[in-house]
Design a protein around this ligand. Structure first.
Ligand SMILES: CC(C)(COP(=O)(O)OP(=O)(O)OC[C@H]1O[C@@H](n2cnc3c(N)ncnc32)[C@H](O)[C@@H]1OP(=O)(O)O)[C@@H](O)C(=O)NCCC(=O)NCCS
Length: 175
């Protein structure tokens, strides 16, 4: 468990699966994700049982530090490259907690963990061009647009750019 102010992230327990499944299958979430893969209980349990095997891909729940059973969202730290010390991140907040500053604070928490404890040199994320609210949030926490995969992403009847945003440890420390 990692604690940052009143938030924390921790490993996913079996009791968390239902709420995570609902979050994943909710149109307000999956519409903004690259893969459309609705999940059922059986598939999810299989996925959860195999999580520990993926050393370069870690999944957590974001929760309140003092109430770890109350989930705010989910966190992905993926494509962890130990040689070059970089990784990709992503997180989704439960609909009832959106728009209250938890997304921003969750990113601050993850960046503090990755740069000051996990010894990452560069952290990146990807966001679809049709999700300007999320892009605004990433800019607010200090990410810069550093690339684009043109027309990578089909959604809402057309192809959209997939925007790559990144942050170096130096940039994090200067902010
Ligand atoms: C995107 C997401 C993680 C943002 O988390 P959040 O808790 O709602 O965001 P916050 O309340 O911390 O907002 C931080 C900033 O993001 C931007 N933002 C977030 N939601 C917004 C909205 N609905 N409209 C306008 N700006 C928004 C704003 O700049 C905001 O700062 P402000 O409140 O000072 O204006 C969350 O809404 C979510 O999980 N959405 C569904 C799935 C998704 O889009 N995932 C990301 C895929 S790349």
């Amino acid at each position: 468990m990692f604690i940052y102010q009143d938030l924390s992230f921790r490993v996913i327990e079996k009791e968390d699966l239902e709420i995570l499944r609902k979050l994943h299958n909710d149109p307000s979430t999956w519409m903004n994700l690259l893969n459309i893969d609705f999940i059922d209980e059986e598939d999810q349990i299989e996925w959860w049982k195999n999580l520990h095997k993926k050393k370069n891909d870690q999944r957590y729940v974001i929760c309140f530090a003092e109430k770890p059973e109350e989930i705010i969202g989910r966190l992905r730290i993926q494509n962890i490259n130990w040689l070059h010390k970089n990784c990709e991140i992503g997180l989704d907040i439960l609909p009832e907690y959106r728009g209250k500053g938890f997304g921003k604070k969750s990113y601050e928490m993850v960046l503090e963990f990755l740069f000051n404890h996990y010894n990452m040199h560069m952290v990146y994320l990807k966001v679809a061009d049709f999700n300007p609210n999320a892009k605004k949030l990433y800019e607010k926490v200090g990410f810069k647009e550093t690339g684009r995969l043109p027309q990578f992403y089909f959604r809402h009847g057309k192809y959209w750019d997939y925007i790559i945003m990144s942050m170096l440890k130096d940039e994090y420390q200067k902010a």
